[in-house]
Design a protein around this ligand. Structure first.
Ligand code: ZN
Length: 279
């Protein structure tokens, strides 16, 4: 039990029992709320490091390193899809069904947009980008582009049969002739136009939460970009008299003392937390 010490414990029994209690509490709080704010953090799923270290996928990375390094994020996303228990997303969708919600995700695997999960695209913002759009590596025109269907097909073929490598003509920017790359954080000159319109929508939505019964759910948000989820979510929970906040993280689950009345620190991996215990 040592690893559970130091979190605000509304339920004092141990192990799985605690987690089930938290889940029940979360369901109740969401049920009773008018609005639900969800933050999906960097550890909600397989990391790039894990993908690179997993021998099962080394053929993909070896092939791409030769001449198609730009496509690495596509493989990271596919590996994450492969390795993430989809029950976590499906159960999250169940929790949010018929609720007025907004999701901020720091993941770049675009799983949150997967049609089968059923989240509303107009209720999602992904400030770190992903692999749905392309941009000029020089960001010369501050614009984003659709992935041409030929490229999508080539990527899918590569994922199905990596042996032959990725066969796709190099995509060039029509204005400056530099290479095109996925519109995601990590691009040398990240084009923020990819998410800013949704971010604007999100901030308006946030302004509307103030006098409402708000349930805040943080899933695996660590200290990589704390100013996107952790800090503003804490602030929101603090200033909103009717808010509750659940922070689910396998290591960084602690909440500040000011939130002890309305905060639930859940010391578990967020994928596990959401994949288990649902009927
Ligand atoms: Zn360009």
């Amino acid at each position: 039990m040592e690893k559970y010490s130091g979190f605000f414990c509304h339920v004092t029994q141990g192990g799985n029992f605690i987690m089930e209690k938290y889940l029940t509490l979360l369901k109740e709080k969401i049920e009773a709320s008018d609005m639900v704010l969800v933050g999906i953090g960097e550890s909600f799923g397989y990391t790039e490091k894990q993908a690179l270290e997993n021998k099962e996928y080394s053929i993909y990375f070896d092939k791409l390193k030769e001449e198609n390094e730009w496509a690495m994020p596509y493989v990271y996303a596919k590996v994450a899809e492969q390795e993430t228990d989809e029950k976590a997303y499906l159960n999250l969708a169940k929790l949010l069904e018929n609720k007025n919600y907004f999701i901020v995700s720091l993941r770049t695997d675009d799983l949150v947009y997967k049609k089968e999960f059923g989240f509303k695209e107009e209720r999602i913002v992904t400030p770190c980008g992903g692999v749905r759009k392309l941009q000029c590596e020089n960001n010369c025109n501050n614009d984003i582009f659709e992935v041409p269907s030929g490229v999508t097909i080539a990527l899918e073929n590569f994922w199905a049969n990596p042996e032959n490598g990725l066969e796709v003509p190099e995509q060039k920017c029509s204005e400056c002739n530099k290479n095109l790359m996925f519109n995601r954080m990590g691009a040398s000159k990240y084009c923020e136009e990819g998410y800013l319109p949704m971010w604007e929508k999100y901030t308006k939505w946030l302004q509307g939460t103030l006098n409402h019964n708000l349930c805040i759910l943080e899933l695996g948000a660590g200290m990589k970009y704390p100013s996107v989820i952790r800090w503003p979510f804490e602030k929101m929970a603090f200033f909103n008299k009717k808010a509750s906040i659940f922070r689910v993280h396998h290591k960084l689950y602690q909440l500040t003392e000011e939130l002890s009345e309305k905060g639930y620190a859940v010391p578990q991996h967020p994928i596990e937390f959401l994949s288990n215990s649902f009927e």
